[in-house]
Design a binder for this molecule. Structure first.
Ligand SMILES: Cc1ncc(COP(=O)(O)O)c(C=O)c1O
Length: 434
């Protein structure tokens, strides 16, 4: 695909821009290479664009396609269940079955509610935490992404580390115009993976903090694992001071293990958010939690609602996805494939004399051009060579390997050893030519 053409996509984009703002329906889709791309179909680990280009997909639609595109069991279950109706504004059988399944699998999931996406589920968890504790603020971490709503669209701006100021009291820049200034007063922000600083801050502000929210692995910036004792320490602080510990498992859920990062690390949060891989691309998420927290929703002290929540196709898709994951138990394989790919990329980079840093647990990992031996927090990611990463991702794309623009790779249950070795071969060629 060296002489790849994107002509049809380019022409459709011009047409789309006349009616869709920027030609897309989610900001990130603008930043595909070389511009927003129009796709015609996708199956398994492959996705095809309207110009007839085929891609080996490590984007997986930003994570959800954990059992591959167009999985037959998902499509069949959705079709059959949707034939009975789409949305009842009432309860239905598979909704209970899905909730029972999640209750069985996820340690913190004593009670739950289904929502449409990660952002709205995060929003619900904050409301519960404020209601139960009577406190106003939540504590979060630089570089962690919790959706695009007003009070979390901060601290992701990509400014350089100097602009972020003191580690003890970082500046958090708005990610968007139009955010209300009072949203900045809703949260305390800190660098991640610094337990001493977290402890000091929580002890100082305990009476204000309703919740601490964290991605259990910092997937959205650098794919950073928690340091030994960090999540444990966070759990202890939350228990000690009556603060809600919220795990944002939108990426780690059903990806690190079928029971989430909370099972993988053996730390049970008070509430957690699941989305992406839970629903194979259908709009479903869940806020799950311990009864003592979720009873605020149970007894309607906290309102959670949504016309479109738990529609038949979304519930059927999630149940079918989890059935496949339970039956196939692809996790060891996904770790092995991820590690094989990470090792292969490291070797390809070393052979080409490129300082490509590859890090992450395996089912997801990050690539960055930097001379750092390890990326420890968000501030480290800001010093990485983004221009070189852009070229690498673009040239991989031109050769039929699709990776998320910020350097994040996702493995799924239908990637094969041949897929992995092919991606390594392509990366090796690209890195040598760069
Ligand atoms: C960790 C995390 N939390 C929350 C969200 C927001 O989820 P959604 O895009 O479904 O609103 C995302 C999205 O990428 C995410 O990665």
């Amino acid at each position: 695909m060296e002489n790849v053409s994107y002509a049809k996509s380019a022409s459709l984009l011009e047409r789309a821009k006349k009616v869709l703002a920027g030609g897309v329906s989610s900001e990130f889709r603008k930043y595909n290479h070389p511009h927003a791309i129009f796709y015609s179909h996708a199956e398994g680990s492959r996705i095809y664009d309207v110009d007839g280009n085929e891609y080996l997909d490590f984007t997986l639609s930003q994570g959800p396609l954990i059992i591959g595109h167009s999985h037959p069991h998902v499509l069949k279950s959705v079709a059959e269940y949707t034939e009975r109706g789409q949305l009842f504004a009432g309860q239905h059988m598979k909704e209970i079955e899905l909730a029972e399944k999640i209750n069985q699998l996820i340690p913190s999931a004593e009670l739950m509610r289904f929502c449409l996406d990660g952002s709205s589920a995060v929003h619900t968890a904050f409301r519960v935490a404020r209601a139960k504790t009577g406190r106003k603020k939540f504590l979060r971490f630089e570089g962690h992404y919790h959706g695009w709503f007003d009070n979390v669209a901060w601290g992701l701006s990509g400014k350089d580390a100097a602009a972020l100021g003191d580690r003890e009291q970082p500046n958090a820049f708005p990610w968007s115009d139009g955010l209300p200034e009072h949203a900045r007063e809703e949260f305390i922000i800190l660098p991640w993976n610094d337990l001493a600083l977290l402890k000091e801050t929580v002890e100082k502000h305990q009476h204000e903090i309703a919740a601490i929210i964290t991605e259990p692995v910092m997937c959205n910036n650098g794919c950073i694992l928690p340091e030994e004792g960090f999540l444990e320490g966070m759990r202890e602080l939350c228990t000690k001071y009556g603060i809600a510990l919220i795990f944002d498992e939108v990426i780690t859920g059903f990806r690190l293990s079928i029971s989430g990062a909370q099972d993988y690390f053996g730390i049970t949060p008070d509430m957690s958010i699941f989305a992406k891989a839970m629903g194979s691309g259908y709009p479903i998420s869940a806020i799950v939690g311990k009864k003592e927290w979720m009873q605020a929703i149970e007894n309607a002290k906290v309102i959670h609602a949504g016309t479109m929540n738990a529609s038949n196709p979304t519930i059927a898709a999630a149940l079918a996805t989890i059935e496949v994951l339970e039956q196939e138990q692809p996790y060891d394989r996904m770790f092995q494939l991820g590690n094989r790919l990470m090792e292969g990329l490291r070797k390809a980079a070393a052979d080409a004399n490129q300082d490509l840093l590859v890090q992450g647990p395996g089912p997801m990992f990050n690539t960055a051009f930097t001379d750092l031996a390890v990326i420890k927090d968000h501030r480290d990611t800001l010093a990485c060579d983004k221009a070189r990463l852009g070229k690498f991702i673009a040239q991989m794309h031109d050769r039929g390997v699709r990776v998320i623009g910020r350097g994040l790779w996702y493995i799924n249950a239908v990637h094969t050893v041949e897929d992995i070795d092919h991606a390594i071969k392509v990366a090796s060629d690209v890195l040598k030519k760069m």
